[in-house]
Design a protein around this ligand. Structure first.
Ligand SMILES: [Zn+2]
Length: 326
């Protein structure tokens, strides 16, 4: 590993990774995955040193049957923290488990299940917003206002996730100014953090850099308040990470084992694999607080739930025995 003093000045020294495998990774997997299996994946990620995990989504079970146990997962987190011999939540107060919510009803379900951080999803693409959430961006923003007010009262951390932030499967490239406009409205409602998602995985590094810079220039948000959520559909997730690092982003979502993908991009490979991201960041001399070897354990565990072959790289390089034909 090279000494950090040789880092280009603009690269952050430390990056936080948000493990989204239990939600984004598993949500489209066809086979039923039990609550206990999901909680085990959460536990493995936390034990590897991941500081934040998106654990489930409070969406209508008809839309996403895999997330029908959101309440059980939410309640299970409390037990996870209390398990004897488990150091996970007790010794690491920064540990934060969030849940995705698409509307006020989802928010209320999440809070009732004991969740203390929510990710409210909307889009920079009106067509995507309508297809995914069945309402316009303006309607989603009005609902976000209610969620933000409730979250302030309930002392619940709120992140707004802007999907199709750079590219939409229905509209193509999203102009940076349009993204910044949605981010500005979200920030004006008191949202403390904004996630920018390349949901279909068609953004390129220039689009990611331009989008982030437009958000920083056009909103009150600081770079510490931004996260990037990247999919590897076109094999660009790692290149897009570099683009994000170069404009100062220091929080990235990723999915153990590279599970997940965009349901609107048939055949798309998955999310950026957490283990690939950790490997890159450590080679760049950037701290993550994550033990790569234990992250590989979590990735190997996650992979058993995937209906597809492994889409990441680090597990193949570091654990070749897992891929030898029997
Ligand atoms: Zn995603």
């Amino acid at each position: 590993m090279r000494p950090t003093t040789q880092l280009p000045r603009r690269l952050p020294r430390r990056v936080e990774i948000v493990e989204v495998g239990p939600r984004d990774g598993l949500q489209n997997e066809p086979r039923a995955i039990s609550t206990a299996e999901k909680l085990e994946l959460v536990r493995l990620a936390l034990e590897a040193g991941v500081g934040a995990v998106q654990v489930t989504a409070f969406v209508h079970p008809r839309w996403v049957p895999q997330m029908a146990d959101a309440e059980e997962v939410g309640r299970g987190l409390g037990e996870l923290a209390r398990r004897p011999g488990d150091e996970v939540a007790r010794d690491r107060p920064a540990v934060r488990c969030s849940a995705l919510v698409p509307n006020l009803k989802g928010y209320q379900r999440a809070v009732a299940a004991g969740v203390k951080a929510v990710d409210y999803v909307l889009s920079a693409s009106d067509a995507f917003n309508r297809r995914n959430l069945n309402q316009s961006i303006a309607e989603s923003l009005r609902e976000l206002e209610q969620v933000a007010r409730a979250a302030a009262d309930d002392r619940v951390a709120l992140r707004a996730d802007i999907s199709a932030a750079f590219h939409s499967p229905f509209e193509g490239a999203i102009a940076p100014a349009r993204l910044a406009g949605v981010a500005r409205q979200a920030a004006s409602l008191g949202v403390g953090e904004v996630g920018l998602s390349d949901t279909d995985g068609f953004a390129d590094p220039l689009a990611v850099g331009a989008g982030v810079e437009a958000v920083l220039a056009g909103t009150s948000l600081q770079v510490e308040q931004l996260a990037l959520h990247l999919h590897d559909t076109c094999g660009r997730a790692i290149a897009n990470v570099m683009a994000g690092l170069e404009v100062g982003v220091r929080r990235f979502d990723a999915s153990a084992g590279g599970l997940g993908g965009c349901p609107y991009s048939p055949g798309a490979s998955g999310n950026l694999a957490t283990e690939d991201l950790v490997l890159l960041l450590h080679d760049l001399g950037i701290e993550t607080g994550i033990d790569l070897d234990r992250m590989l354990d979590a990735a190997a565990y996650a992979l058993q739930f995937s209906a597809r072959p492994y889409q990441g790289h680090a597990l193949r390089v570091k654990r070749p025995e897992l891929f030898r034909q029997a």
